[in-house]
Write a protein that binds this ligand. Structure first.
Ligand code: ATP
Length: 421
């Protein structure tokens, strides 16, 4: 069987890497891929971007199944297009992807179906938004309604910050259409966790749990990023917490979408905030896997992922039981100089070691220039170490990180610290 993975990040490299291990797979195509997928002789990198052209490619090559990594093509309706042409694809339709592409849609949905989340209101009028902030006080959270590549959220600790965020989004139009409406919501305190499941429209299969590290610097300092590292499993999600999240958040979401006439297929990612009393609430939904959570999760998956995906496309996920490596996986992101504001491109990358059973390096913002690897984006690599404890997995990952070199490389030295604690 031939499979196509759409995307170019570390998440897509990890998905393709895992698929290529399946004996049932003849070829894994990655479009457009990156320097790492191009170097890997188990993968075929193809330079195709447009959904119509991808569908043509799939027909021409006889690709059995397509897996979409990032949110943008999903929100633009790649699944609708492929299905209208009779092509098998795993992901949500444009309508279902609104759980991620519109915060207002997601909040109204959660409200309607009794799914625990922060109290909120939606505004397009700046004066009304300012008045709401004055009435509710700080800390308070301001979010652009649409997709803003992780930059559309301001957790305002003061009233000044909150008012400035409203002006930035509504009056200065900083995010264009994506910020023409904003959601203002209650600040939630606690510990975050990523809860990712696969859905075939009716059945749900939970993946291993994980925790991301959003801030650029150690001790959760510095600006928000796309994610500086992740580890799996996340100890905060105990078996009883797992059951509770499935009961209170995931199952009502899947059932609610089906009841609303928008059955959800694809990866569903609930970003959770778990408060000090152990109550989970939903911060956000993503309609795809997380990046970098995918990298440690795929490193731990033992089951044949191609078979799992086939079941997901055929509506038979209820027959699947996943097998996981019992070890912990810690993924450390190495980012380019200037990330997240203005990442520098073109730095030469040296020292990436061969893959080993306890350490894998996934590529993101890399490209091959005359056979040499260079940086080409904000997050450059994600080095995943595996070990019997978080500490041992960290040791594996950081030993490799220290051997890799490119000018201006930035990385956190504490990925997994909550797991150690
Ligand atoms: P991404 O998809 O990149 O994770 P996003 O733009 O969809 O980000 P959210 O996940 O909703 O945004 O928020 C980003 C971060 O802001 C969260 O991971 C969390 O740390 C913080 N945050 C969001 N909502 C709240 C809230 N109500 N209370 C406290 N912190 C919050």
């Amino acid at each position: 069987m031939k499979i196509l993975v759409v995307g170019s990040g570390g998440r897509e490299h990890a998905l393709a890497w895992k698929l290529a291990q399946s004996e049932r797979i003849q070829t894994v195509f990655v479009a457009p891929g990156n320097g790492g997928t191009a170097l890997d002789d188990r993968l075929v990198t193809v330079d195709v971007l447009e959904p119509e052209a991808l569908a043509d490619f799939v027909v021409r090559e006889g690709v059995a199944l397509t897996l979409v990594g990032p949110e943008a093509p999903l929100a633009a309706g790649i699944v609708n297009l492929f299905r209208s042409r009779g092509l098998k694809i795993f992901g949500p339709t444009r309508e279902a992807a609104q759980l991620e592409s519109s915060k207002d849609f997601a909040k109204a949905f959660m409200h309607r179906h009794g799914i625990p989340t922060a109290k909120y209101e939606t505004f397009s009028d700046a004066a009304a938004a300012h008045a709401y902030i004055d009435a509710n006080g700080a800390p308070i959270v301001i979010k652009a309604d649409g997709l803003a590549a992780g930059k559309g959220v301001v957790v305002a600790m003061s009233l000044d910050e909150a008012h400035a965020a409203v002006d930035h989004m509504l009056s200065d139009n900083a995010f264009g259409d994506a910020g023409a409406r904003i959601v203002i919501e209650e600040f939630l305190a606690g510990e975050e966790a990523s809860f990712i499941v696969m859905c075939d429209g009716k059945n749900v299969l939970a993946l291993a749990t994980s925790q991301d590290h959003k801030r650029l610097k150690d001790n959760d300092q510095g600006p928000n990023t796309g994610g500086m590292g992740a580890y799996s499993p996340a100890p905060i999600v105990t078996p009883s917490m797992h059951a509770r999240v499935m009961r209170e958040i995931i199952n009502p979401t899947i059932q609610g979408m089906a009841r609303d006439g928008i059955p959800f297929t694809g990866f569903l990612y609930a970003g959770l905030m778990i408060d000090s009393d152990g109550n989970p609430r939903t911060l956000e939904f993503n309609c795809r896997m997380g990046d970098p959570e995918t990298q440690p999760i795929m490193a731990r998956l033992k089951s044949d992922f191609a078979t799992v995906l086939e079941h997901a496309c055929n509506g038979t996920l209820d027959t699947v039981e996943l097998e996981w490596d019992r070890r912990t996986a810690v993924g450390v992101v190495m980012a380019a100089a200037g990330y997240p504001d203005s990442p520098r491109k073109g730095d030469v990358i040296d020292g990436i070691p061969q893959e080993a059973p306890e350490c894998i390096t996934f590529h993101a913002g890399t490209r091959l220039v005359d056979g040499k690897l260079q940086t080409s984006g904000g997050r450059v690599l994600c080095v995943v170490g595996l070990g019997d404890s978080v500490k041992m997995a960290q040791k594996q990952a950081y030993e490799t990180v220290e051997r890799i070199h490119f000018n201006g490389a930035q990385y956190r030295r504490d990925i997994g610290w909550r797991g150690v604690k």
